[in-house]
Design a protein around this ligand. Structure first.
Ligand SMILES: NC(=O)c1ccc[n+]([C@@H]2O[C@H](COP(=O)([O-])OP(=O)(O)OC[C@H]3O[C@@H](n4cnc5c(N)ncnc54)[C@H](O)[C@@H]3O)[C@@H](O)[C@H]2O)c1
Length: 257
Protein backbone atom coordinates (compact mmCIF):
# COMPACT_ATOMS: atom_id res chain seq x y z
CA UNK A 1 0.00 0.00 0.00
CA UNK A 2 1.37 3.42 -0.96
CA UNK A 3 1.26 5.69 2.07
CA UNK A 4 0.55 9.14 0.68
CA UNK A 5 -2.20 11.59 1.48
CA UNK A 6 -4.03 12.78 -1.60
CA UNK A 7 -7.12 14.89 -1.04
CA UNK A 8 -7.51 15.98 -4.65
CA UNK A 9 -11.12 16.19 -5.76
CA UNK A 10 -12.23 16.52 -2.13
CA UNK A 11 -13.73 19.65 -0.59
CA UNK A 12 -12.32 21.03 2.66
CA UNK A 13 -14.16 23.74 4.59
CA UNK A 14 -12.19 25.39 7.38
CA UNK A 15 -13.95 27.78 9.78
CA UNK A 16 -12.05 30.37 11.80
CA UNK A 17 -9.20 32.12 10.01
CA UNK A 18 -8.41 35.47 11.66
CA UNK A 19 -4.77 35.90 10.58
CA UNK A 20 -1.65 33.96 9.64
CA UNK A 21 -1.19 32.77 13.23
CA UNK A 22 -4.65 31.18 13.40
CA UNK A 23 -4.62 27.41 13.87
CA UNK A 24 -7.21 27.34 11.08
CA UNK A 25 -4.69 28.95 8.71
CA UNK A 26 -2.11 26.24 9.31
CA UNK A 27 -4.66 23.44 8.96
CA UNK A 28 -6.02 25.01 5.78
CA UNK A 29 -2.50 25.18 4.28
CA UNK A 30 -1.84 21.51 4.97
CA UNK A 31 -5.19 20.44 3.49
CA UNK A 32 -4.57 22.57 0.42
CA UNK A 33 -1.05 21.20 -0.07
CA UNK A 34 -2.54 17.71 -0.03
CA UNK A 35 -4.69 18.71 -3.01
CA UNK A 36 -8.04 19.58 -1.38
CA UNK A 37 -10.40 22.13 -2.85
CA UNK A 38 -10.23 24.65 -0.01
CA UNK A 39 -12.79 27.08 1.38
CA UNK A 40 -11.84 29.07 4.47
CA UNK A 41 -14.18 31.29 6.44
CA UNK A 42 -13.59 34.53 8.33
CA UNK A 43 -15.98 35.97 10.88
CA UNK A 44 -16.57 39.46 9.54
CA UNK A 45 -15.31 42.24 7.29
CA UNK A 46 -12.73 43.32 9.91
CA UNK A 47 -11.01 39.92 9.64
CA UNK A 48 -11.31 39.54 5.89
CA UNK A 49 -7.70 40.41 5.13
CA UNK A 50 -6.14 37.44 6.95
CA UNK A 51 -8.29 34.94 5.08
CA UNK A 52 -7.89 36.75 1.76
CA UNK A 53 -4.07 36.69 2.13
CA UNK A 54 -4.17 32.97 2.84
CA UNK A 55 -5.96 32.09 -0.40
CA UNK A 56 -4.45 34.81 -2.60
CA UNK A 57 -2.74 33.43 -5.72
CA UNK A 58 -3.75 29.85 -4.90
CA UNK A 59 -5.74 27.66 -7.22
CA UNK A 60 -8.52 25.60 -5.63
CA UNK A 61 -8.93 28.09 -2.74
CA UNK A 62 -11.53 30.67 -1.72
CA UNK A 63 -12.47 32.68 1.36
CA UNK A 64 -16.05 33.43 2.46
CA UNK A 65 -17.45 35.47 5.33
CA UNK A 66 -19.36 33.51 7.96
CA UNK A 67 -20.45 34.40 11.46
CA UNK A 68 -21.36 30.95 12.76
CA UNK A 69 -24.06 32.38 15.01
CA UNK A 70 -25.96 33.48 11.89
CA UNK A 71 -27.72 30.38 10.56
CA UNK A 72 -28.29 31.83 7.09
CA UNK A 73 -24.61 32.82 6.77
CA UNK A 74 -23.57 29.33 7.87
CA UNK A 75 -25.87 27.69 5.29
CA UNK A 76 -24.55 30.01 2.57
CA UNK A 77 -20.90 29.23 3.41
CA UNK A 78 -21.60 25.50 3.31
CA UNK A 79 -23.42 25.91 -0.04
CA UNK A 80 -20.51 27.84 -1.53
CA UNK A 81 -17.98 25.25 -0.40
CA UNK A 82 -20.06 22.24 -1.47
CA UNK A 83 -20.55 23.69 -4.98
CA UNK A 84 -16.84 23.52 -5.76
CA UNK A 85 -16.28 19.89 -4.65
CA UNK A 86 -18.10 17.27 -2.55
CA UNK A 87 -17.31 18.07 1.10
CA UNK A 88 -15.02 15.55 2.76
CA UNK A 89 -13.27 17.58 5.49
CA UNK A 90 -14.76 20.20 7.80
CA UNK A 91 -12.75 21.97 10.48
CA UNK A 92 -14.26 24.05 13.30
CA UNK A 93 -11.58 26.33 14.75
CA UNK A 94 -13.71 28.87 16.58
CA UNK A 95 -13.99 30.11 20.15
CA UNK A 96 -14.98 33.28 21.92
CA UNK A 97 -15.60 34.52 25.46
CA UNK A 98 -15.84 38.05 26.82
CA UNK A 99 -12.43 39.25 27.98
CA UNK A 100 -13.77 39.90 31.50
CA UNK A 101 -14.74 36.25 31.76
CA UNK A 102 -11.18 35.10 31.04
CA UNK A 103 -9.66 36.54 34.21
CA UNK A 104 -10.33 36.62 37.94
CA UNK A 105 -12.67 34.32 39.85
CA UNK A 106 -14.58 31.78 37.80
CA UNK A 107 -17.54 32.08 40.19
CA UNK A 108 -18.12 35.64 38.98
CA UNK A 109 -19.09 34.42 35.48
CA UNK A 110 -22.50 35.94 34.71
CA UNK A 111 -25.33 34.34 32.76
CA UNK A 112 -24.76 36.41 29.63
CA UNK A 113 -21.01 35.75 29.53
CA UNK A 114 -21.62 32.07 30.17
CA UNK A 115 -24.12 31.92 27.33
CA UNK A 116 -21.84 33.76 24.92
CA UNK A 117 -18.87 31.47 25.59
CA UNK A 118 -20.91 28.28 25.37
CA UNK A 119 -22.93 29.36 22.35
CA UNK A 120 -20.00 30.52 20.21
CA UNK A 121 -17.41 27.99 21.36
CA UNK A 122 -19.52 24.86 21.87
CA UNK A 123 -23.01 25.17 20.37
CA UNK A 124 -21.58 26.38 17.05
CA UNK A 125 -19.91 23.00 16.54
CA UNK A 126 -23.32 21.31 16.63
CA UNK A 127 -24.67 23.88 14.17
CA UNK A 128 -21.71 23.37 11.82
CA UNK A 129 -21.93 19.56 11.99
CA UNK A 130 -25.68 19.65 11.31
CA UNK A 131 -25.19 21.96 8.33
CA UNK A 132 -22.36 20.01 6.69
CA UNK A 133 -23.34 16.38 7.31
CA UNK A 134 -26.00 16.24 4.56
CA UNK A 135 -23.35 17.52 2.12
CA UNK A 136 -20.87 14.75 2.98
CA UNK A 137 -22.56 12.07 0.93
CA UNK A 138 -19.46 9.89 0.77
CA UNK A 139 -18.60 10.34 4.44
CA UNK A 140 -15.60 12.26 5.68
CA UNK A 141 -13.94 13.90 8.63
CA UNK A 142 -15.20 16.70 10.87
CA UNK A 143 -13.10 18.02 13.71
CA UNK A 144 -12.79 20.84 16.19
CA UNK A 145 -10.05 22.41 18.34
CA UNK A 146 -10.05 21.97 22.09
CA UNK A 147 -7.73 22.56 25.05
CA UNK A 148 -6.59 20.59 28.13
CA UNK A 149 -8.58 23.02 30.33
CA UNK A 150 -11.62 20.90 29.41
CA UNK A 151 -10.34 18.44 32.03
CA UNK A 152 -7.90 20.25 34.32
CA UNK A 153 -7.82 23.59 36.08
CA UNK A 154 -6.09 26.42 34.22
CA UNK A 155 -6.64 29.61 36.24
CA UNK A 156 -7.84 32.34 33.88
CA UNK A 157 -9.27 29.94 31.32
CA UNK A 158 -12.48 29.98 33.38
CA UNK A 159 -15.71 29.64 31.41
CA UNK A 160 -13.81 28.60 28.28
CA UNK A 161 -12.88 25.37 30.11
CA UNK A 162 -16.60 24.70 30.59
CA UNK A 163 -17.14 25.35 26.87
CA UNK A 164 -14.31 22.98 25.92
CA UNK A 165 -15.72 20.26 28.20
CA UNK A 166 -19.07 20.63 26.42
CA UNK A 167 -17.33 20.61 23.05
CA UNK A 168 -15.49 17.35 23.78
CA UNK A 169 -18.76 15.74 24.80
CA UNK A 170 -20.35 16.94 21.56
CA UNK A 171 -17.54 15.23 19.64
CA UNK A 172 -18.54 11.90 21.17
CA UNK A 173 -22.27 12.44 20.62
CA UNK A 174 -21.80 13.48 16.99
CA UNK A 175 -19.33 10.67 16.32
CA UNK A 176 -21.99 8.20 17.47
CA UNK A 177 -24.75 9.85 15.46
CA UNK A 178 -22.82 10.26 12.21
CA UNK A 179 -20.80 7.02 12.36
CA UNK A 180 -23.28 5.03 10.24
CA UNK A 181 -22.92 7.73 7.56
CA UNK A 182 -19.13 7.18 7.51
CA UNK A 183 -18.54 10.64 8.96
CA UNK A 184 -15.84 10.66 11.63
CA UNK A 185 -15.94 13.36 14.33
CA UNK A 186 -12.88 14.18 16.43
CA UNK A 187 -11.11 16.94 18.36
CA UNK A 188 -7.51 18.07 18.41
CA UNK A 189 -6.37 19.28 21.80
CA UNK A 190 -3.55 21.67 21.00
CA UNK A 191 -0.92 22.93 23.42
CA UNK A 192 -0.74 26.72 23.98
CA UNK A 193 -0.05 28.70 20.79
CA UNK A 194 0.37 32.42 20.51
CA UNK A 195 -2.74 33.45 18.56
CA UNK A 196 -5.29 36.24 18.73
CA UNK A 197 -7.66 34.11 20.83
CA UNK A 198 -4.85 33.06 23.20
CA UNK A 199 -3.88 36.66 23.88
CA UNK A 200 -7.32 37.23 25.39
CA UNK A 201 -6.63 34.73 28.19
CA UNK A 202 -5.08 36.20 31.32
CA UNK A 203 -2.01 34.20 32.31
CA UNK A 204 -1.46 32.85 28.80
CA UNK A 205 2.28 33.66 28.89
CA UNK A 206 2.74 31.68 32.10
CA UNK A 207 0.79 28.78 30.64
CA UNK A 208 3.03 28.80 27.58
CA UNK A 209 6.19 28.78 29.73
CA UNK A 210 5.02 26.00 32.04
CA UNK A 211 4.10 23.76 29.10
CA UNK A 212 7.56 24.20 27.60
CA UNK A 213 9.26 23.41 30.93
CA UNK A 214 7.19 20.39 31.93
CA UNK A 215 6.08 18.64 28.77
CA UNK A 216 7.98 15.44 27.89
CA UNK A 217 9.32 17.10 24.73
CA UNK A 218 10.42 20.16 26.83
CA UNK A 219 8.98 22.66 24.38
CA UNK A 220 5.76 24.07 23.02
CA UNK A 221 4.15 22.78 19.87
CA UNK A 222 3.87 24.84 16.69
CA UNK A 223 0.95 25.72 14.44
CA UNK A 224 2.61 23.51 11.80
CA UNK A 225 2.49 20.48 14.07
CA UNK A 226 -1.22 21.00 14.65
CA UNK A 227 -1.72 21.43 10.88
CA UNK A 228 0.10 18.18 10.16
CA UNK A 229 -1.91 16.24 12.77
CA UNK A 230 -5.06 17.73 11.28
CA UNK A 231 -4.09 16.48 7.82
CA UNK A 232 -3.69 13.00 9.29
CA UNK A 233 -7.15 13.18 10.93
CA UNK A 234 -8.63 14.42 7.66
CA UNK A 235 -7.08 11.61 5.66
CA UNK A 236 -7.97 7.94 5.09
CA UNK A 237 -4.96 7.09 7.31
CA UNK A 238 -7.24 7.95 10.25
CA UNK A 239 -10.21 5.94 8.92
CA UNK A 240 -10.49 3.94 12.16
CA UNK A 241 -10.52 6.97 14.49
CA UNK A 242 -13.70 8.69 15.64
CA UNK A 243 -15.01 10.27 18.85
CA UNK A 244 -11.40 10.89 19.89
CA UNK A 245 -9.57 13.83 21.44
CA UNK A 246 -6.10 13.78 19.90
CA UNK A 247 -3.53 15.69 21.99
CA UNK A 248 -0.97 17.67 20.03
CA UNK A 249 0.69 19.21 23.07
CA UNK A 250 4.25 17.84 23.26
CA UNK A 251 2.82 15.31 25.74
CA UNK A 252 2.02 17.83 28.50
CA UNK A 253 -1.32 16.19 29.39
CA UNK A 254 0.29 12.93 30.58
CA UNK A 255 2.21 14.62 33.38
CA UNK A 256 1.27 14.43 37.06
CA UNK A 257 4.01 16.62 38.48
N1 LIG B 1 -4.12 29.17 20.73
C1 LIG B 1 -4.15 28.21 21.62
O1 LIG B 1 -3.33 28.16 22.55
C2 LIG B 1 -5.17 27.12 21.52
C3 LIG B 1 -4.96 25.90 22.16
C4 LIG B 1 -5.92 24.89 22.07
C5 LIG B 1 -7.09 25.13 21.37
N2 LIG B 1 -7.28 26.34 20.75
C6 LIG B 1 -8.53 26.55 20.01
O2 LIG B 1 -8.26 26.69 18.64
C7 LIG B 1 -9.34 27.38 18.04
C8 LIG B 1 -8.80 28.49 17.15
O3 LIG B 1 -8.21 29.50 17.95
P1 LIG B 1 -6.81 30.17 17.59
O4 LIG B 1 -5.94 29.99 18.76
O5 LIG B 1 -6.36 29.76 16.26
O6 LIG B 1 -7.16 31.74 17.61
P2 LIG B 1 -7.79 32.71 16.48
O7 LIG B 1 -8.16 33.94 17.20
O8 LIG B 1 -6.85 32.81 15.35
O9 LIG B 1 -9.08 31.91 16.00
C9 LIG B 1 -10.33 32.00 16.66
C10 LIG B 1 -11.34 32.22 15.55
O10 LIG B 1 -12.68 32.16 16.06
C11 LIG B 1 -13.39 33.06 15.25
N3 LIG B 1 -14.72 33.35 15.78
C12 LIG B 1 -15.06 33.78 17.02
N4 LIG B 1 -16.40 34.00 17.08
C13 LIG B 1 -16.90 33.67 15.86
C14 LIG B 1 -18.20 33.69 15.28
N5 LIG B 1 -19.27 34.09 15.96
N6 LIG B 1 -18.33 33.30 14.00
C15 LIG B 1 -17.27 32.89 13.26
N7 LIG B 1 -16.01 32.86 13.75
C16 LIG B 1 -15.84 33.25 15.04
C17 LIG B 1 -12.49 34.28 15.19
O11 LIG B 1 -12.89 35.19 14.19
C18 LIG B 1 -11.17 33.60 14.89
O12 LIG B 1 -10.99 33.43 13.50
C19 LIG B 1 -10.23 27.85 19.18
O13 LIG B 1 -11.29 26.93 19.36
C20 LIG B 1 -9.29 27.80 20.36
O14 LIG B 1 -9.97 27.66 21.59
C21 LIG B 1 -6.34 27.33 20.80
Amino acid sequence: MAVTIDLSGKGALVFGVANHRSIAASIASYLHQAGAQLTVTYQNERLKRGAAELVEGKERAAAVECDVMDEAALAAAVDTAAKTAPLAVVVHSIAFAERGDLEGDFSKTGLQGFRTALEVSAYSFVAVARAVAPRMAEGGSIFTLTFHAAEKVYPGYNVMGVAKAALENEVRMLAYEFGPRKIRVNAISAGPLNTLAARGISGFTGMHEVHAQRSPLRRNVTQDEVGAAALFLASPLASGITGETLYVDAGYHIMGV
